[in-house]
Design a protein around this ligand. Structure first.
Ligand code: FBP
Length: 537
């Protein structure tokens, strides 16, 4: 395989570990825990994994011993930079405990466990993937691990391969399912531990325990670099408005972080749109007013950031999408499904540009959700702002020229080579997971805290997954799930945006972050996201 000079140099990078994991390690256990809400229901559903303590690892004088054991790893859901480092961390952590441990990777996501598709991850293979982006070492998938026959199929292959622990690297749903699996395996007394790892570029798997999900740092830095490049272009040519949609299925953390890094003219935050019950027209009018205000100063250019999930947070669109979800679940013929929705939703549907309306009826994902990454919200807003500006012009309220271009940044950042932060964080998460296994833990998520400090001061720990759960309605049924973290409007990152955005709207206050740097001064190479810094300040 041909490699670039950077790839070769990067392969030699040794990710940093928390001090506690560098030598012999001892475990300390805290108090019994409880779930964030709905304690009684969750306790009943998880009798074996509820109430376990948070654990921490500290440096010890005598090394733990681990009998040689085999471990399986699964990558679940969308790619996120650093997944390969989680796996190399697990590998190195296990080998440091006992060189005869073996690591198996299940192929193509959770379906690899169910369908018994796997490979042994040897040192040669691991070395090819250190500090690289992507999930291609074993592949990922979105099959949900939730049914008993799937769990039993997992037992079968684990017994065949002598696997005593599984590590599931995924988002909120995958980690919820990891806990259900851990509980089932404990009930069955089959001797297979299950550990989770917090992954997703969306940044919405975080709480009082998890400081950030891995991949968010790198993905936001890649998008911010490109947004900065576009801003320079806009400020040079002075003739285009760029409407940039940014990934993030539901929460707006990515748009907010990129907004803080680059200071655009407009940065929409879906959670604010929902809280203020803003209609699509209000959003459009707001953007058009800013375009007009800049035009009045002779600036017919600008940059608008749009979170991918926006469409589902606009009240009238949310109702339309939910009615369409139900109708399309029963009737795949779109024309017939449209007859099943309310008159009000039908009128919203008919008011949309044809192409966008059609995108709302495209195939749902395995969870029954509309695939927001396929909806061209940026084009929808461009069209509607154009129409609004024409009306304003006719009323004498706008005197500029509006020429707009749409972009979507998502897949460009999900497999980027991990930043130093993600390379270190992911490696530590994996290495730490090996210690959770060595200490017999199951139903825990690997946890690395104190991440705004240098890596040597990071805290290595484990949190019982049940502690992060509450009951939520999913597909008409109450289910125990890890709470998804949306942008908090009273949180420091949003407040920082809100305090500055009026100035950024009118002035050209762009910041150009430039590409991720791997070598050089620490303030250039090792800075975490602004979101994390503001949250931990
Ligand atoms: P995860 O939550 O599984 O990490 O995936 C996040 C994400 O990248 C979203 O930002 C995006 O909406 C979605 O995946 C795209 O899904 P797909 O990879 O199936 O196109």
């Amino acid at each position: 395989m041909n490699k670039s000079a950077l790839q070769i140099a990067r392969a030699a990078y040794q990710p940093k570990l928390p001090q506690a994991l560098k030598g012999a390690v001892a475990i300390t256990e805290g108090e019994a825990t409880q779930s964030v809400a709905d304690q009684e229901e969750i306790k009943k559903l998880f009798p074996n994994t509820y109430g376990m303590p948070v654990v921490k690892f500290v440096a010890a004088s005598k090394a733990e011993t681990l009998p040689a054991m085999n471990v399986g790893v699964i990558l679940s859901g969308g790619q996120a930079p650093g997944g390969h480092n989680v796996i190399s961390g697990i590998f190195d952590g296990l080998k440091a405990l006992n060189k005869d441990c073996k690591l198996y990777g299940f192929l193509g996501g959770p379906s690899g466990l169910i369908d018994h598709k796997y490979m042994e991850l040897t040192a040669d293979i691991i070395d090819e993937y250190r500090n690289t982006g992507g999930f291609d070492i074993i592949g990922s998938g979105r099959t949900k691990l939730e049914k008993q026959d799937q769990f039993d199929s997992g037992i079968e292959i684990c017994n065949k391969l002598g696997i005593k622990a599984l590590i599931i690297i995924g988002g909120d749903d995958s980690n919820t399912n990891a806990c259900v699996l851990a509980e089932y395996y404990l009930q069955k007394k089959c001797g297979i531990q299950v550990i989770g790892c917090p992954k997703t570029i969306d940044g919405d798997l975080k709480n009082s325990m998890i400081e950030t999900s891995f991949g968010f740092d790198t993905a936001c830095k890649v998008y911010s670099e490109v947004i900065g490049n576009i801003m320079r272009d806009a400020n040079s040519a002075k003739k285009y408005w760029h409407f940039i949609k940014l990934m993030g299925r539901s929460a707006s953390h990515i748009a907010l972080e990129c907004g803080l890094q680059t200071q655009p003219n407009v940065c929409i935050v879906s959670e604010e749109v929902e809280a203020k019950k803003m209609t699509l027209s209000q959003i459009v009018n707001d953007i058009a007013d800013k375009v007009a205000a800049r035009a009045a100063q002779g600036n017919n250019f600008g940059v608008v950031l749009i979170p991918e999930g926006l469409i589902e947070f606009i009240p009238e669109m949310k109702v339309l999408i939910s009615e369409l979800n139900d109708a399309l679940a029963k009737e795949s013929d779109v024309a017939k499904a449209l007859k099943m929705i309310s008159a009000q939703s039908l009128s919203v549907y008919n008011s949309l540009p044809e192409a966008i309306a059609k995108q709302l009826t495209l195939e749902r994902d395995p969870h029954g959700n509309v695939q927001v990454s396929l909806i061209e919200t940026e084009k929808l807003l461009i069209e509607m702002v154009k129409t609004r500006l024409a009306a304003m012009k006719a009323e004498g309220k706008y005197c500029g020229k509006f020429s707009a271009l749409g972009h979507f940044f998502g897949y460009e950042g999900r497999c980027a080579a991990p930043s130093n932060f993600d390379a270190d964080y992911c490696y530590s998460l994996g290495y730490n997971a090996a210690h959770l296994i060595a200490n017999g833990k199951s139903g825990y998520m690997s946890l690395i805290q104190n991440t705004t400090k240098p890596a040597s001061e990071w805290v290595a720990a484990g949190v019982p997954i049940t502690m992060m759960m509450n009951m939520e309605r999913r597909h008409g049924e109450m289910k125990p799930v890890i709470r998804k973290a949306l942008v908090e409007l009273d949180g420091a990152p949003f407040k920082a945006l809100a305090a500055n955005r009026d100035k950024w709207a009118i002035e050209t206050a762009y910041v150009y972050p430039g590409p991720i740097q791997y070598f050089g001064p620490s303030e250039v190479c090792d800075q975490p996201t602004k979101t994390l810094m503001l949250e931990k300040a």
